[in-house]
Design a protein. Structure first.
Length: 412
């Protein structure tokens, strides 16, 4: 199986797919899957721009809307995770994962799927210690604080991924696992990005939860983005243990190293995205602890019956099959000839895919639960910065004008 791995998409689907098509033609080959490591920017219309965490001058429609509307269709199956520059109101509809457009699949805030015989897992967002222990208290439409905290990784989602026991072939995170630079040529890295040196030496460059998952899951491949550069590493898990090949890639711009093709052994096709039995069992088991306020998840209250949950999910999948539920539009499509948006607001809409999945798993729908609004505002941390520079805003233009800024929250 040939897989194209892409760093930060930043909504530039047209150019990424064009690059893949040209590569296929030049090398007389066929790419089976495209993986994107975050900052995908699934912006459906101008109202979605309100929940896109970028500076106003970068709030542009770009090209995802063409694929959402059906004007264009992704030429290769595409799987992505969320980063820190996303239309979070749309991704929240698909918290458990789902199609954002035909042939384009979001892994969810945390998720595992199968593509052919390959298992792909991922964790959306970036690490921020102030919000890690909290629940998912944000609800659209987001205020200026929520638009930033919504993409911060939560312990609840990491805990679910830590329950995965079966081998993972590919894992995705937006920010790098902390300490990954020790396993590669970090001296060459700091020659290109000298402002990384202090964080590397202090072991603060990257995500602690991602490092925890790397140690536990030991996937064959781990792909990341976020820092707008290419970096590779080999992680040896104990003496004589398995090895993880790590690769981080840049954003889609001319002259940047934003795309790499890997070839991975797999069963013969057809290659299609399917639900993962173990992950659905984990999702069903821990949904009772889904933290809907700023209070942490009560994970100790969860009664875990691994074998019983697996058997229940297996029976359901044997009856229905493992294909994800079908894509459906939940917001108006962008009209490039309309200067003013005229449609529903960027508030939360129940996505039929999510409703169908929860019904299939016999779970309640919780994503629009606002009955505990008073609790949601309880002790919600301030977003005041812990250092003199604001790493939340990785620049996304061609110049990288603020390149002295490291990754979001890396000082923590």
């Amino acid at each position: 199986m040939k897989i194209a791995v892409e760093g930060c998409m930043h909504g530039d689907l047209d150019n990424v797919y064009k690059t893949i098509t040209e590569l296929e033609r030049a090398e007389n080959t066929k790419i089976d899957l495209l993986i994107c490591c975050g900052d995908f920017q699934a912006v459906r219309n101008k109202k979605d721009l309100e929940s896109l965490n970028v500076k106003p001058k970068y709030r542009q429609m770009n090209t995802f809307w063409k694929y959402y509307s059906g004007q264009e269709v992704a030429p290769v199956p595409t799987v992505f995770i969320g980063g820190n520059h996303e239309a979070s109101n749309y991704l929240w509809e698909l918290y458990y994962g789902g199609w954002v457009a035909p042939n384009i699949y979001f892994l969810g805030f945390a998720g595992v799927i199968k593509f052919g015989s390959i298992r792909i897992g991922g964790l959306s967002g970036i690490f921020n210690f102030r919000h890690y222990k909290l629940g998912h208290f944000e609800r659209p439409p987001y205020n200026e604080s929520d638009i930033r905290s919504i993409y911060h990784v939560r312990e609840y989602d990491v805990h679910k991924l830590m329950q995965v026991e079966e081998p993972i072939d590919i894992f995705l995170s937006h920010d790098w696992p902390v300490g990954i630079t020790d396993c590669g040529n970090w001296r060459e890295l700091v020659q290109k990005k000298p402002f990384f040196k202090k964080e590397i030496q202090e072991k603060t460059l990257g995500s602690k939860p991602a490092a925890k998952l790397l140690e536990k899951l030991k996937p064959s491949y781990w792909f990341s983005a976020h820092l707008h550069c290419k970096f590779s590493a080999l992680v040896q898990h104990g003496e004589g243990g398995p090895v993880t090949k790590f690769l981080a890639l840049d954003k889609c711009l001319p002259g940047r190293k934003f795309l790499q093709i890997i070839e991975i052994e797999s069963d013969q096709g057809p290659f299609e995205i399917r639900y993962d039995e173990e992950w659905l069992a984990i999702t069903r088991t821990f949904n009772s602890a889904f933290p809907l306020t700023s209070m942490p998840a009560d994970l100790r209250s969860v009664q875990v019956d691994r074998e019983g949950s697996r058997q229940w999910v297996r029976s359901k999948l044997n009856t229905r099959g493992g294909k994800p539920f079908e894509f459906s539009q939940t917001a108006p499509c962008h009209d490039p000839f309309q200067s003013v948006f005229d449609g529903r607001s960027a508030e939360h809409h129940r996505n039929p895919q999510t409703e169908a999945l929860l019904s299939f798993l016999e779970l309640p729908y919780l994503l629009d639960d606002s009955t505990t609004a008073s609790e949601q505002s309880y002790c919600t941390p301030s977003l005041s910065r812990g250092s003199s520079h604001d790493n939340e805003d990785i620049p996304i233009d061609d110049v990288d004008e603020l390149e002295e800024l490291v990754a979001d929250d890396s000082e923590e």
